[in-house]
Each structure stands twice: as structure tokens, then as C-alpha cells.
Design a protein around this ligand. Structure first.
Ligand code: SAM
Ligand code: SF4
Length: 324
């Protein structure tokens, strides 16, 4: 018996690779991830077939391309072009921004609508330490290019980590106001490598809001249906305003309204980010397979049934595999 709690269209996240040129402390170990081979990952054609089936049979509100780092997958612009051809209402991509400076123009041309960029520090040395080698300036160049080519609205995602970037909250919001970007503060989830450090690093959304309220006038603003972010209009002393999003994955999980599905790079369909279980649909996406097959539709329904009533994290989940 299905426990699907609502029937709105689905927001799909597609992880196109589990590889990344960075090694963020909370996301990967220094050795990176066990690399899957090219033969094991879904082809662009298989991804598009899945998207088509989902759109026709379940409805699709948005598609977000993620990873790993999606911009390291060769030919990613081609996938964007193919998905654009499918008429996705909201096509976005999440990136660390390291290669965005030289790819923003072609991504825009291929039909990408907007990006979310992870930006955990505005200090080059903290950024380098946190990402184990990333160059802040590359991401800043990427942001500039994204704004220049209209990949907007750009949302900047910051995971707040005590003792690492927790003193930068006000600076991050000011940076957002100056650049016309929404800044979103995320609670650390105790999954993957973060599970070992989460008690030391974790900062709650309540603490973030209390700190921001010292420096900005915060007014709650409308919540987008299905969004995981509680938004506030932040006004600084000079009267500048911008949106600040608060994502409380741990203290105020939004499981009840969740209509997200995740497709991993190897074709596993995951219904809940906090749980490692899923159904591999790769064999059902081969060119000679009937996309209306009851097997594929049943796998999608079963993945949706994996959603939880209350979030309970499994430390064996890896964001790079599941697609953050
Ligand atoms: N490489 C891209 C990037 O960093 O934006 C896309 C993939 S990354 C896995 C997607 C998002 O997951 C990033 O914003 C990252 O900060 C977030 N993330 C990774 N591990 C996390 C954790 N343990 N808790 C909360 N967010 C996490
Ligand atoms: Fe790479 Fe993104 Fe994970 Fe950082 S959070 S290691 S950039 S996949």
C-alpha cells in the first residue's frame, strides 16, 4: 500500500557524476570517492529518457543538475541542451563554481536557466582549507560570469560550520546584497564524513537567525511551494535589501511536503536524501526498453514511498553519490 502523501509534480535532482575537483571537509575524504567507470554511469540519452517518462506520468516541476561537481562531466552542456529540448519548466544546476567562469556563456546558450553556487567562505585561505585546495577567486569569477550571462537568480549556498566559517554570516549576507544574489544558510547534515564532526561543527538555523538579527532587519517573506528554504527579506543599515534563505535540514526538516526524487549517476532512484536505499532503473532506460513499462513506473512509485515522515539520517549516505 502506497504511503505517498501528496501528488504534486516532482522536483528531480540528477547527479551526473560523483567526481569532483574539490574535497570539501564535510562532503568527501581527502582521497575522494571510489570512482565509477564511464560504462557504469548513465548516458545523456538514458537520463533524458528518464526525465521524459517522469514528466509524462508524474509531472515535473523542476530539474536540478548536480553531482559531485556537474561541470567536470565531459559534454555537460550537451545534456543541458537536451533537457532544454524537453521543455523543463525550471532547469537549474548546482556547482562549486570553480569552472563556471569559462562555462557560463555556453551553459546559458544551451538553455540553463539558473545556478546555485556553493560558497562556504569569502576568505581565500579558509576556502582553500575547507575545500582542500579550491581557489576562491575561481568561484568568484564564476559568479561574475553567471551574473553577466543572466544565469539568474543566482543562489549562494553556505553550510555553516562552527569555528570554520561561522564568523562570516554577516559578511556573506552583505556580499549577497552587493551582488544581487540570494544567500542561503544550510544546516550541516550528519551524513558521510560530516557524521564524524557534526557535533563540533553544527550550527542551528535558530543560532544563524539570531546572529543575523543583530545586523539586519529580517522580515519573513513568502515561501515557495515545495521549497526547503524559509526566506527572509534582509535590510541593512544603508537600506539595501536582499533575500536570505534558511535551510534547516536537521532542526526543521520539511519531509511532509517533499516531492523530490534523486537520480544518481549510476541510475539509482533515491526517494530520500537521508537514506541510502533506492532502486536501480538503469537497465529500464536502455534504448530498446518501453518507457511506459510498468516496471519503470513502479520503481518511481516505490522510490517515492521511501520518503520518511520524519527525517532520520543514515551516515552511509554520501552527498556526492546521491546528488546534493
Ligand atoms: N559540487 C557541487 C557543489 O558543491 O555545489 C554540487 C554537489 S554538492 C554535493 C551539493 C551541495 O551539497 C553543496 O551545497 C554542499 O555544500 C552540500 N552538502 C554536501 N555535504 C553536505 C552535508 N553533510 N550537509 C549539508 N549539505 C551538504
Ligand atoms: Fe565537491 Fe560539492 Fe562535495 Fe565540495 S560539496 S566536495 S564541491 S561535490
Amino acid at each position: 500500500m502506497s504511503n505517498q502523501r501528496n501528488n504534486g509534480p516532482i522536483a528531480l535532482r540528477i547527479s551526473v557524476t560523483d567526481r569532483c575537483q574539490l574535497r570539501c571537509l564535510y562532503c568527501m575524504g581527502p582521497e575522494g570517492v571510489h570512482k565509477v567507470t564511464h560504462r557504469e554511469i548513465l548516458s545523456f540519452e538514458e537520463i533524458v529518457r528518464f526525465v521524459r517518462a517522469l514528466k509524462v506520468h508524474f509531472g515535473l516541476s523542476k530539474v536540478r543538475i548536480t553531482g559531485g561537481e556537474p561541470l567536470v562531466r565531459p559534454g555537460i552542456t550537451k545534456l543541458v541542451e537536451m533537457l532544454t529540448g524537453e521543455g523543463i519548466p525550471d532547469l537549474a544546476l548546482t556547482t562549486n563554481g570553480q569552472q563556471l567562469g569559462r562555462m557560463a556563456a555556453q551553459l546559458k546558450q544551451a538553455g540553463l536557466q539558473r545556478i546555485n553556487m556553493s560558497l562556504d567562505s569569502l576568505h581565500a585561505d579558509t576556502y582553500r582549507r575547507l575545500t582542500r585546495g579550491g581557489e576562491l577567486q575561481c568561484s568568484l569569477d564564476g559568479l561574475e560570469a553567471a551574473l553577466h550571462y543572466g544565469l539568474a537568480p543566482v543562489k549562494l549556498n553556505t553550510i555553516v560550520l562552527r569555528g570554520i566559517n561561522s564568523a562570516e554570516l554577516t559578511d556573506m549576507v552583505r556580499f549577497g546584497l552587493e551582488h544581487g544574489c540570494e544567500v542561503r544558510f544550510l544546516e550541516l547534515m550528519p551524513i558521510g564524513p560530516a557524521a564524524d564532526y557534526s557535533d563540533d561543527w553544527f550550527v542551528s538555523s535558530a543560532e544563524v537567525l539570531a546572529k543575523l538579527a543583530e545586523d539586519f532587519e529580517l522580515t519573513p517573506s513568502d515561501v515557495q511551494p515545495g521549497s526547503s528554504s524559509r526566506n527572509y527579506l534582509a535590510k541593512d543599515g544603508q537600506g539595501r535589501t536582499g533575500i536570505v534563505g534558511i535551510i534547516s535540514s536537521r532542526t526543521d526538516a520539511f519531509c511532509g511536503q517533499c516531492r523530490r526524487l534523486r537520480l544518481t549517476a549510476t541510475g539509482k532512484l533515491v526517494g530520500c536524501l537521508a537514506r541510502p536505499e533506492g532502486y536501480n532503473v538503469r537497465s529500464l532506460l536502455q534504448a530498446d526498453h518501453d518507457l511506459d513499462s510498468s516496471q519503470l513506473l513502479e520503481a518511481i512509485r516505490r522510490a517515492l514511498d521511501l520518503k520518511q515522515k520524519e527525517r532520520c539520517f543514515s551516515r552511509t549516505t554520501l552527498m556526492v553519490e546521491t546528488g546534493g
